[in-house]
Design a binder for this molecule. Sequence first.
Ligand code: HEM
Length: 379
Amino acid sequence: PYPAYEQLRSRSPVLHEPHSDLWMVFDYESVKRALQDHEAFSSIVAPPSAMTSQWLVFADPPRHSKLRALLLRAFTPRAVASLEPRILALSHELLDRTMARGEMDLAEDFSVPLPLRVIAEMLGVPTTDLPHFKRWSDVMMALGYAVAGSEEAARVQREFSEVTEEMRVYVRDLAGQRRETPREDLLTRLVEAEVEGERLTEDELLGFVQLLLSAGHETTTNLLNNALLCFLEHPEQLARLRAEPALLPSAIEEVLRYRSPVQAMFRVTRSEVSLHGQVIPPGKMVLAMIGSANRDPRKFQDPDRFDISREPNPHIAFGHGIHFCIGAPLSRLEARVGLSVLLERMRDVALASDAPWEPRRAIHVHGPTRLPIRFTPGT
Ligand code: HEM
């Protein structure tokens, strides 16, 4: 999408698409403003009847502030940091299964299961229930793929309603167990968290589990896949990274900028908003193009160059302002641990197929559906 962004950004950074009456914003300053200025740009994009209207990410203050405070009580830096040994063990375990073959589909064999298992274990879901979790997550991801108004969208909505009811029963049951017998897990912390004497309602708790499952999974999957793609496309940068592994955290930031896993977020204008001389009326859907903002030459020098030591790198891949991604420390940790294990155990990594990789069919997440690779096994 990047050459298209470039053209649009330089010609019309604010674009009105008349067919769907959608406003798209492409330049860094305006995207940042749309993400952060919640007085003018509301996050309430889901209809009140939909389960997604319970999700923190689709709420405005004051409700947003209460929900976010509750989640932050549970999602502590300590809880995240304590996961490092487990992420390391899981990364090795996943690679042990494929190492000897000398080839794998990085998506299916590594980038999908790693974050899914981490978030499931963090919540405290028994491993035996992982197949349910995977299905629920797939249905929720399909929500964002289907084009609004299409037959497929209607089908996906029906599936999402079914899944929501299954999840409701499941979460109610598991939450009941945790109330009786608390454990050291995120679910217990969510059940017990209080803000101003208030606890989460059943719908709010279910909303959190759904949001964490979808936000905590596919995004990090794409970060892992996109990182490997970037390294393979820029072998000289990979060689630098191998020579100087301490560059990994900054390389991950550059992947987040260069191939942002979340390409765009929706907002709805609350009042009339003027951007670059264009007037967006109230009540209009706006798509803030994060992927384009992160390549804006007015903010980033030589933006189409992938440079693992870029400094400064003020990308907005995790959003900006009151909705800034709560999972950022977790996904940075998963990427750092997962990628260092990959690079350590694999030599001469190359794409296993000449066919161009197939992108995920979605406007909001960006990355390959499959990523077949070949390599020389290390240890
Ligand atoms: C919010 C990106 C991983 C949980 C956001 C937002 C972005 C984002 C752009 C802001 C949305 C907005 O402004 O409307 C990403 C990327 C990730 C990632 C690129 C990985 C590379 C995760 C993980 C979790 C998570 C691992 C949790 C386990 C959340 C939550 C919010 C959020 C709960 C809502 C925060 C709020 O509305 O206050 N994320 N995310 N994310 N993210 Fe992430």
